[in-house]
Design a protein around this ligand. Structure first.
Ligand code: GCU
Length: 843
């Protein structure tokens, strides 16, 4: 047996639970979970023909690290079998296994990237169709062990689709507008230094490669779709090569976003016309250099003629001409072009009742079907608009019969709470993946379009916009990592149950305790419905500020601009009329059975009613409620659910390590407060617009609130807030130095939760304190922008509005309550209101 140069003792060093290992912690199992399993456990790992730097070598190393961590066993590793009598874990490609043993086990039935795993008796065999598959099998085995699962198994598993890619929207330049990672909330880029170059320190790259390989993601696009041509600068080539080298041992191939105008803006040509020979030669040169440096380069990602990005339409060439130009330069090397279907006019005419951004993808791409080269894959966002809290599936999936397609999901919670709100996304994704598009009247689920079964395409699959950063939590929040984990699992097998995926993730991330698993599962599965409830209902989209941060509430921002995320809300009615009969015709872009369903309110499900129909606020839904009452009720229900999250998390104190416990407690508490901001802003907005009161009399009725502007102010002055509905009674108070807001409480004696709503903007850390009869109840700082990672706001608005709560405060009638704020920088210690809440009341 030839020992390879792997040194077990350097491995598995205990580290703080900072999240860096994600779900690959390999925490030691307790004896009660291993129960006798260790006695005849394998004594060595054989990685047949492993070569350093290749995935099989990684697999053996990972098995060694993992088994030492999980079971405390130190196994030797070698690359050949010498003593057939000792029990080993054999990890190999199918070819190497067959060469060594003469034949494969019967159940081996593999396609590219697939693997076979068997652990019958004391022999464990992991066979990959290729080295990547073998690595996936090793991770699968480790995942079983880490979950205390010693079941005997023998099965083959294969990917549902070949493309399983992450798309990092990382910028080379941190120019402050979108940050180092566009829509990133987990710190600066792991790839770029923010001043135009690949970073010197790329130590996070293999760590990410490890996480991605463990969920069977086989590709990653390493720069923003809004691509900066200087990624192709002389200096960056070495860096790009280095990134590829660091991912390669994990079987992760890199891809790159291209800027269509590069030949002109960067290459010095006078054109970027895709049919111009000079332009084609220029790109051929780039592709040739790429493959020389990165022989396994996966391909390009192109965003063209979208949101101001250049593209072939400038030269009156088709989008297919543009895509094919790139495709031809990399086809000989086996590369592919992911060409985004996110093409639309962001300067649309909102006064035109028939205009509709949701129509754009089919309008642009339907006529190009059949014109794309074989190595072009059209990458389509899950819905027709843009990662909203609820969208119908994009009709393009049932339109392109001759074109390879991939779906674009978003682990990045751009419109879904930006990783400050717990929102577990797989249930949303599965509404899309499971949807039956009824192509030619036959069952045709979106997932079966993606795996090629519906239209017979070999290429296809899954991409997710991811936004990892240098933060040790990767995404900014530990709980958000379940979305990344689930993306990979679903891209491999979209029929998996989202709850079961979550159980695996929780065991791996937080250990095997039942209460931890059950609590996280219940909260996570309730989180998307809750978020939908308190943000945007009935298919009206996430009613966020689409012109600024995409985070907090601002329903007015949807309409009267060219971006096309319209709600068409007026004093009487709301919703986009997308019918063929009278509206934008969008319903007609679906296959006939689906189109007929969406054409009529009678057959449109409530959760998409306002996506497809413009109806009065008094329109009665299938549920029996009116639209407006549904809005009110849903917003109250959603915020009520979010209010339970910190309480339920609290029950895990001591069961989850302190570091991660406190981190999430802060965020879940924040979410509970921010869901109230959402609730009140949206309800107030539509109460104003419709003039229709809440039948339960909650909206505008807050008996436990005291407005800051109504208190006795010293050093504080009232200001209007914009949008008005993001302040209780539309106003707040600010100070330039120290301000106090005082009031005499007039509530019955008792114990209350004392909440203060204020605004936490960028530009300073104001300090606050609240006192009762001269005794301090609590102090805090306006430092959420440093703690949360979401896109911050400079203004008093729905993004900066935030709540702090002091629980169980004894209060007597006549107590003098004083809130003191001390401004810092441009943060003027803004205050909105104080709520004196009887225990159990959420308001
Ligand atoms: C959204 C998002 C942008 C992104 C774009 C895209 O509009 O806000 O940041 O560039 O989608 O997907 O290309």
């Amino acid at each position: 047996m030839r020992p390879l140069l792997w040194i077990a003792s350097a491995l598995a060093v205990a580290r703080a639970e900072d999240g860096l290992d994600g779900w690959l912690r390999y925490a030691r199992l307790r004896d009660c979970h291993t129960g006798g399993q260790l006695d005849d456990f394998a004594t060595s790992i054989v990685a047949l023909n492993a070569t350093e730097g290749a995935p099989l070598h990684t697999a053996a190393h990972e098995l060694q690290v993992g088994i030492q961590g999980i079971l405390g066993l130190e196994l030797d590793v070698s690359d050949s079998v010498t003593d057939k009598d000792t029990s080993s874990i054999i990890v190999a490609t199918a070819q190497a296994y067959e060469d060594e043993f003469g034949s494969l086990p019967e159940a081996v039935d593999l396609i590219e990237d697939g693997f076979y795993l068997s652990n019958k008796g004391d022999d464990t065999v992991i066979i990959g169709s290729n080295e990547r598959g073998a690595l996936y099998g090793a991770f699968e085995y480790l995942s079983m062990l880490a979950q205390g699962n010693f079941d005997e198994v023998a099965y083959s598993t294969n990917p549902d689709a070949p493309i399983r890619w992450a798309n990092q929207w990382d910028n080379l330049w941190d120019n402050g507008t979108h940050g180092p990672v566009e829509r990133g909330y987990g710190g600066v880029s792991i790839f770029y230094d923010g001043v135009g170059h690949v970073r010197e320190d790329l130590s996070r790259v293999p760590m990410l490669g490890r996480l991605l390989a463990s969920i069977r993601v086989n590709g990653i696009v390493i720069n923003n779709v809004n691509a900066d041509p200087t990624i192709l600068s002389e200096r960056n080539w070495d860096g790009v090569e280095e990134i590829a080298n660091l991912f390669r041992p994990w079987g992760v191939r890199i891809g790159m976003s291209l800027n269509f105008a590069s030949p002109q803006t960067f290459g010095g040509l006078d054109s970027f016309d895709p049919l111009d020979d000079q332009v084609i030669d220029w790109w051929q040169g780039i592709s040739d250099e790429m493959y020389e440096r990165v022989p396994d380069f996966a391909g390009y990602l192109v965003k063209a003629n979208s949101e101001g990005q250049p593209g072939p339409l400038t030269y009156n060439r088709t989008l297919a001409d543009g895509a094919n130009m790139f495709a031809k330069t990399i086809a000989p090397h086996g590369g592919i072009v992911m060409f985004r279907a996110f093409v639309y006019n962001h300067l649309a005419d909102w006064t035109d009742w028939h205009a509709d951004r949701a129509n754009a993808a089919v309008e642009f791409f339907a006529e190009l079907d059949g014109q794309f080269d074989d190595n072009v894959v059209v990458q389509i966002k899950y819905g027709p608009i843009d990662f909203q809290v609820r969208e119908p599936v994009s009709p393009l999936f049932s339109t392109l019969r001759e074109t390879a397609m991939a779906i674009e999901l978003q682990v990045t919670q751009e419109y879904l709470g930006q990783q400050c709100h717990l929102v577990y996304l797989p249930p949303l994704w599965q509404t899309i993946l499971d949807f039956d598009l009824r192509v030619d009247g036959q069952e045709s689920r979106t997932r079966d379009v993606l795996n090629g079964n519906v239209f017979g395409k070999k290429l296809g699959g899954y991409t997710a916009v991811t936004n990892v950063g240098m933060d040790p939590t990767w995404l900014g929040s530990h709980l958000s990592m379940s979305n990344l984990y689930a993306f990979g699992r679903l891209a491999w097998d979209p029929t998996l149950d989202s709850g079961a995926i979550l159980d695996d993730w929780t065991r791996l991330t937080f250990g095997l305790g039942r209460s931890v698993r059950e609590t996280i599962r219940a909260m996570s599965l309730e989180s998307w419905p809750a978020y939908e409830n308190y943000t945007g209902n009935l298919g009206i989209q996430t009613l966020t500020d689409i012109l600024y941060t995409h985070y907090g509430p601002n329903p007015a921002s949807q309409d009267n601009n060219g971006w096309g995320q319209w709600t068409r809300a007026d004093g009487d009615s709301i919703g986009m009329d997308r019918t063929v009969r009278n509206g934008t015709g969008n319903a007609g872009q679906y296959q006939p059975e689906v189109a007929a369903r969406y054409e009529e309110t009678e057959t449109t499900p409530d959760d998409l009613m306002l996506w497809f129909h413009h109806v009065p606020y008094t329109f009665e839904l299938h549920s029996g409620k009116t639209v407006i009452q549904h809005f009110y009720d849903a917003h109250y229900a959603g915020a009520e659910t979010a209010a339970t999250f910190p309480k339920r998390w609290e029950t895990l104190r001591g069961r989850v390590d302190d570091e991660r416990f406190e981190h999430e407690l802060y965020r879940l508490t924040y979410q509970a407060g921010h869901s109230l901001v959402w609730r009140d802003a949206i309800n107030e907005f539509y109460r104003n617009l419709s003039g229709i009161p809440d039948v339960h009399d909650r909206v505008r009725h807050h008996p436990w609130r005291i407005e800051a502007e109504d208190m006795t102010l010293d050093g504080y002055v009232p200001v209007d807030v914009e949008p008005a509905e993001t302040a209780s009674q539309y106003r707040a108070v600010v100070t330039n130095g120290t301000g106090t807001a005082a009031t005499t409480l007039d509530f019955p004696d008792g114990t209350y939760n004392l909440a203060v709503n204020y605004y936490d903007v960028v530009g300073g850390n104001a300090t606050y304190s609240v006192a009762l009869d001269g005794k301090t109840v609590g102090t805090w700082q306006g430092d959420a922008e440093f703690r949360l990672g979401k896109f911050p706001s400079e203004f008093l608005d729905g993004h900066s509005a935030i709540r702090v709560t002091f629980e169980g405060v004894p209060i007597r009638r006549g107590d003098e309550l004083v809130v003191t704020g001390v401004a810092d920088g441009s943060e003027q210690a803004p205050l909105d209101y104080v709520s004196v809440l009887p225990l159990g009341v959420v308001d």
